[in-house]
Design a protein around this ligand. Structure first.
Ligand SMILES: Cc1cc2nc3c(=O)[nH]c(=O)nc-3n(C[C@H](O)[C@H](O)[C@H](O)COP(=O)(O)OP(=O)(O)OC[C@H]3O[C@@H](n4cnc5c(N)ncnc54)[C@H](O)[C@@H]3O)c2cc1C
Length: 428
């Protein structure tokens, strides 16, 4: 019997995990021909993007090379952009990496599938706010994080030479905005030691949130503690402040007041990636994610499954949507890997149940908070160092899943040694 052709698009947290698990077990035995497609050559753990942007971690040290991972785990990797899906012929169209802006554009690559798994993640939602696309940076992908790092680097170098102010504003008081604000403060404090002691004083950072509190997914006391910590670090935390437009000089708020900023970062909300707009006949949520059944198949096409941030699933246990988090993405890929036999053969996989293992937010070296899941841990809270350690542990679990115990442990060790000898902030 010929192997089932499984095509997975998106090598983020859920996609690379699924390709690795199925490749290792079913690819190795010749029961599945697994192909992973991604628009980048390497995988990064997205919850680290804010540290790459701030320069407190280096992407080249943390990334996983797709080709090497594919070779070790019996799957094929194709670098390219998913541009469209022809559901009638079960074909995906891919523009090979590096050819997107070529003129004339190269012919797309076509690839047939028996089962297609979409794991293309999400992008920032600007809710149609005027001026955001043209004037704001986002950190919803490695490119965005690197662009922000480059801007910061240029301004920091200029601020070393001249006693100027460095103004930044972040829109969005969820985990991404809060963690980014703390990481930027941390980076600037470290940079001061490189020859500009007055830099922290000249660094102005505003965090703008339209809701009444930061971290709305966390309990009240965590929101308050996070706001207090940031204010102590001189972050201008604005709550209940709705941004009505962005321009080159900053943000305008509802009521007409202004927040001036030379670097403007939009970190509010998530929505489905653009490519999903071009796939006809699949049901999507209000925010553009693909609606899936509890077995993670898209509602209108059982040969196409969706996992991670690009999928929208109602959790029957809570009556709420499964959150767009790393934890949910990882649980979904593990669920599909476990029940591979069922869905590859056309049967329904058992229903996916999201297990809330808690939520953790880490404010650089300053503080951290976590809530432990009720089901797994019976509720409870983490604070300070234990919460920051638990946050780091999520990443290590992911690496152990990808590399196995031996390489996972070695990677952890090497990272630890690297931290000891590398500068705390990079400006290269
Ligand atoms: C700064 C930041 C901090 C975060 N912190 C946390 C946290 O502390 N805890 C937590 O649980 N969650 C956190 N999240 C959310 C978490 O990162 C996401 O929920 C998670 O990464 C979703 O995984 P995924 O597999 O759906 O997609 P992703 O990990 O986003 O991967 C999507 C992949 O698809 C690829 N792709 C997209 N479009 C195409 C295309 N057209 N063609 C080919 N490839 C494509 C991308 O290159 C990428 O590799 C954070 C997110 C950000 C941005």
């Amino acid at each position: 019997m010929s192997p089932t052709r499984i095509v997975i698009v998106g090598g983020g947290i859920s996609g690379i995990d699924l390709a690795t698990r199925i490749g290792r077990s079913h690819g190795r035995r010749g029961r599945a021909a697994v192909t992973l497609i991604d628009r980048n050559l390497a995988h990064v753990w997205k919850p680290m993007l804010h540290t790459f942007a701030a320069g407190t971690a280096r992407p080249d040290r943390e990334q996983v090379d797709f080709l090497a991972q594919a070779k070790r785990n019996q799957f094929t990797f194709i670098p390219g952009y998913l541009d469209g899906i022809d559901r009638a012929t079960r074909t995906v169209s891919i523009t090979p990496l590096g050819h997107r802006d070529a003129s004339p554009p190269p012919p797309p690559l076509h690839l047939n599938y028996d089962r297609l798994v979409l794991a293309v993640g999400s992008r920032t939602n600007d809710f149609g706010t005027p001026g955001v696309t043209e004037n704001c940076l986002t950190i919803d992908g490695l490119e965005g994080a690197q662009a922000l790092h480059e801007r910061l680097r240029q301004l920091a170098l200029a601020a070393f030479r001249r006693e100027e102010e460095l103004n930044l504003a972040i829109v969005g008081g969820g985990a991404t905005g809060v963690e980014l604000a703390a990481e930027l403060k941390h980076a600037v404090d470290r940079l001061a030691a490189y020859g500009s002691p007055s830099l922290p004083r000249r660094f102005r950072l505003a965090l703008i949130e339209s809701g009444p509190r930061l971290l709305p997914a966390f309990p009240d006391h965590v929101s308050k503690a996070a706001a207090d910590t940031l204010r102590k670090l001189d972050v201008d935390v604005r709550l209940g402040a709705k941004v009505t437009s962005a321009d080159a000089g900053g943000f305008t708020l509802d009521g007409g007041s202004r927040i001036e900023a030379s670097i403007k970062i939009w970190a509010a909300g998530v929505r489905g990636p653009d490519v999903l707009d071009r796939v006809e006949g699949l049901e999507r949520s209000r925010t553009g994610q693909l609606m899936v059944t509890p077995s993670l198949r898209t509602t209108k096409d059982p040969t196409i499954l969706a996992i991670g941030d690009c999928a929208s699933l109602m959790d029957p246990g809570t009556g709420r949507s499964v959150p767009a988090t790393a934890q949910a993405a990882a649980q979904e890929s593990q669920h599909l890997a476990r029940h591979f036999e069922a869905w590859q053969g056309g049967d329904e996989a058992p229903p996916f149940r999201f297990r809330e293992r808690g939520m953790i937010v880490s404010l650089a070296d300053y503080n951290g908070w976590g809530t432990l899941g009720r089901v797994t841990f019976g509720g409870g809270h983490l604070k300070g160092l234990s919460a920051r350690a638990a946050h780091a542990l999520l990443y290590r679990q992911h690496q152990f899943g990808l590399f196995g115990p031996m390489r996972g442990a070695l990677t952890w060790l090497v990272d630890g040694l690297d931290r000891l000898i590398s500068p705390p902030v990079r400006l290269d």
